[in-house]
Write a new protein. Sequence first.
Length: 484
Amino acid sequence: MKKSFIYIFFTSLLILMPGCNDMDLFPQDQLGPDNFWKTELDIQSGIAGVYTKLKGGSMDWNRYGLDNITDNSYSWTTWTGIASIQSGSIEATTGGIISGSYKSGYEGVAACNNFMKNYPVAKENAKLSEEKANAYEAEVRFLRAFFYFELVRFYGDIPLYKEAISSVEASKIKQSPASDVYDFIYQDINFAIDHLPNVTYGSGHAVKGSAQALKARIALFQGDWKTVESVTRDLIQSNLFRLADTYQSIFIKREGQSNNPEILFSITYLNPDYRHDAEMVYYYQNEIAPMEDLMKCYEENDTRLKEWYVFTGIGEKSFINPFGEKASTEQAPLTGWVLLKHMDKYRRETYTYTNYDFRTDNDVIVLRYADVYLMYIEAMVEQGNGTTTDALAVKCMNEIRERAGLAPVSSISRDGLRLERRRELAFEGLRHFDLIRWKTAKNVMNSLVTPAGKCTFEDHMYVWPFPLSEMDVNPELDQKPGYK
């Protein structure tokens, strides 16, 4: 299937997933077996509709901004609630990303469940072979696992809807233990691994490697080191993926995202109709301002430091671009650093843009091979009581370091692994979850001072509250301890 497949069927989503309740748990006028779900084309269209649900909350390009709630960066804006969360003010009424992530996660779950409700009839009508039928189902179950994982790692215990629901009353259920949610996630992701095609990624559709990498990330969050080791080792030994030759080719479409050997899963865009605002918001408006604490983590000769960041000085907008010309952003970074990681820095025209001139269709990277390497390394470090000389782990680390222009190592410590994760995966939306799963968020955030002042973090903040708006809709929910 071609990459453009997703976009061909976007229009069908408007037919498949219309007016719903606040969480989009059930479509009230969904097309059913009598007027849809007749052909394989209908099935493909339905799957394309599910993929569009990736563009919401903190799942799409907004995931990069999650670093603004950590020690990596600072945002001068307040509209998403990010600044409040970073400073330590997290309430059920915070809104913004807290309510948006909850809503978009369940909209994704609902889209998957609604597809699965109609799929038995659809695959029978389309006369699919068992192999093809399982492959289509595997895509949707991969996505459902992804949506539920996005939810459970933010909110912990959450409502678990295993099937499509038909009424508002049916949606009013208590939260299930996170362990039950994880059990359901593993059922889906294991099915996806068993039935997705074992090929390189490049179509915008999940492949077996996508599911393996997601399963490893899920196990990593739970500290299940044996599973992380096993899954990542299998993925590495498949030889279907490798580190890209350049960083730009991973994150910038014009530089080579198509069929990039490092990408395992991404959220795809295509100009002119499907684009996003990452370059405008994060570069030109400086809503991600890297902090000095992160900059000090990079060695002076680290290629990533040179490629991904530029220093202007606090309150200064101007810098010299790669063409030797003076460039300027709209907002001056309050930390003195400008983020270029997700910006097409080698396209001269970009520097002439002002607000709303940007037409960004770079795919948003969700899973990539460098993270697979780092997950494997971490599994070996943790099973080695904080250090490892495992040959494959050392090889993986040195490939990452070699691309960054750094000297090789012969052993890896826990601190070394965590430092490398911070440097390599900065501004990909993973730092917050690393601090949460390592249980270091309280110490790190209580030591952090941003341009807005000192931050605070309390124990109950390791999970986010249920948004007050959702508790109004579902009174069966019990609010998280520590939140009102």
